[in-house]
Design a protein around this ligand. Structure first.
Ligand code: SF4
Ligand code: SF4
Length: 156
């Protein structure tokens, strides 16, 4: 099985969130939904510094999204086959049409916040869709997450 992945140099990451914003635009993500986020290490809140053992402040960043795990906990618990690992690419995929909205996958995922649930009909700041037209429409009462831009991978 192939295994696509993202190469991210966390030493060089300055937490600007440009990658997160580009993801949001490409996938026409609804308000409040982020599939990728820049996080800070050690701070009490996002973008607050951590404190080392000597009392010095530091700001370290990393980006967090679905890890497309080798052995995904989310896939094991899904009762509907709505999330699965694509054998050809290694991408953990999600089918909104099959999703029951039970959120078992969110509970099983070891990473906080990489999956999100649309409690309401998705809403948007803009009155037109952004990004790639091949991205499936977001739906109320379904779980969504990073698709590793499967639509682009599919296009080669
Ligand atoms: S949703 Fe969580 S458990 Fe599932 S593949 Fe992504 S990181 Fe792994
Ligand atoms: S919320 Fe959807 S994808 Fe997640 S476990 Fe339930 S049916 Fe599967």
């Amino acid at each position: 099985m192939a295994r696509y992945g993202f190469a991210i140099d966390t030493v060089r990451c300055v937490g600007c969130n440009n990658c997160s914003l580009t993801c949001k635009v490409e996938n026409n993500l609804p308000n409040e939904v982020w599939w990728s986020r820049a996080m800070t290490v050690g701070g009490e809140e996002e973008f607050t510094p951590g404190v080392d053992g000597a009392g010095n402040l530091y700001l370290d960043y990393y980006t967090l999204g679905c890890q497309h795990c080798d052995n995904p906990a989310c896939v094991k618990v899904c009762p509907a086959g709505a999330t699965w690992k694509d054998e050809e690419t290694g991408i953990v995929r999600q089918d909104y049409e099959k999703c029951l909205g039970c959120r078992m996958c969110m509970a099983a995922c070891p990473y906080t916040g990489v999956r999100s649930f649309n409690w309401e009909e998705p809403s948007y700041e803009l009155d037109f869709a952004t990004g790639d037209g091949a991205v499936p429409a977001h739906q109320k009462h379904t779980v969504e997450k990073c698709t590793m831009c499967y639509h682009r991978v599919n296009d080669g």
